[in-house]
Design a protein around this ligand. Structure first.
Ligand SMILES: O=C(O)CCC(=O)C(=O)O
Length: 286
């Protein structure tokens, strides 16, 4: 088989399979991030309108840079305001589809699960705003969100749109924990998010690996791999997306929304188009 642009090397595949995660450093170019950034800016403008109409802000901060605007819009507002107006999003904005369908990303995923790829409905745009407790994500396994779905392996592809650092709350992972069963989780109750969470005592002896990475890097991980992220102690938004992919013969999890056929070597004519995705259709109509 010839290697496509974004295909993984045998060493990278072996690392992913052994460790449960893989970092692709500065994988996407600034140009490839432009579409999703535009989509996020569109959403931030809508949030500014909503906050303004609700009488919560007097200035929509239209001239402020991408990195700062959303953080500054919520300056002086409460956790409840953030949960209501600013939490993770799953909107149908074309720039997100562009990213989810990025051929380099799909090449990497294909290296791991083959060429029949379904984009799982669970994808999140995460603006981690400074000083908001809901931004920090507790230790968990993604599979705790779909424990009964016959959907292993789901691969999460986590991409920061700005540099992700210790200060602004980068991802942390427990390598090799994907080889165990799904652990019993609880719903955390302090942040109002309902995140699934594990107790400290369940984490085992594996040392934690912190993963600060540059904008456009991609961190791939298995849905049983234990991970978390720390609070944002900077003054900028830690923008990221987490996308998920699985083989087409797995549960499409409609209870979480509509995913879509992202790549098919067997039936390329059925791969969902932007119009299909905007209409929430999972494949193209042949
Ligand atoms: O982006 C984060 O801070 C956490 C992401 C995460 O937990 C996930 O993608 O499952």
């Amino acid at each position: 088989m010839t290697r496509s642009q974004g295909s993984l090397t045998p060493e990278q595949m072996a690392f992913y399979n052994e460790e449960g995660y893989l970092v692709l450093d500065q994988y996407l170019s600034a140009e490839e991030l432009e579409g999703p950034k535009q989509a996020m800016s569109t959403k931030v403008a809508q949030i500014a309108d909503n906050l303004y109409e609700a009488g919560l802000i007097k200035d929509k901060l239209e001239e402020r840079p991408f990195k700062y605007r959303l953080a500054e819009l919520f300056n002086g507002l409460t956790e409840e305001h953030f949960l209501k107006y600013g939490r993770s999003w799953r909107d149908r904005i074309p720039g997100y589809f562009e990213l989810m369908s990025n051929s380099k990303l799909l090449d990497a995923v294909e290296s791991l699960i083959g060429g029949e790829i379904f984009s799982n409905p669970v994808y999140n745009v995460r603006p981690k705003v400074p000083g908001v407790a809901a931004g920090a994500v507790p230790w968990h396994q993604d599979k705790s969100y779909w424990p009964d779905a016959n959907a292993n392996p789901v691969i999460t592809v986590w991409i920061p749109l700005v540099d992700s650092t210790h200060e602004n709350g980068c991802l942390h992972i427990k390598p090799r924990t994907h080889k165990q069963r799904v652990l019993e989780w609880h719903r955390e109750t302090t942040t109002g998010t309902g995140y699934t969470a594990l107790q400290e005592s369940q984490l085992g002896p594996t040392a934690t690996v912190a993963l600060p990475v540059k904008a456009g890097s991609a961190i791939l991980f298995n849905d049983r791999c234990i991970h978390m992220s720390t609070p944002n102690n900077s003054n900028e938004v830690r923008w990221s997306v987490d996308l998920r992919y699985q083989p087409t013969d797995q549960d499409p999890m409609p209870q979480h929304g509509a995913g879509f056929l992202a790549r098919s070597r067997k039936h390329p004519e059925l791969v969902a188009t932007l119009q299909d995705w905007l209409a929430s259709a999972t494949t193209a109509t042949p």
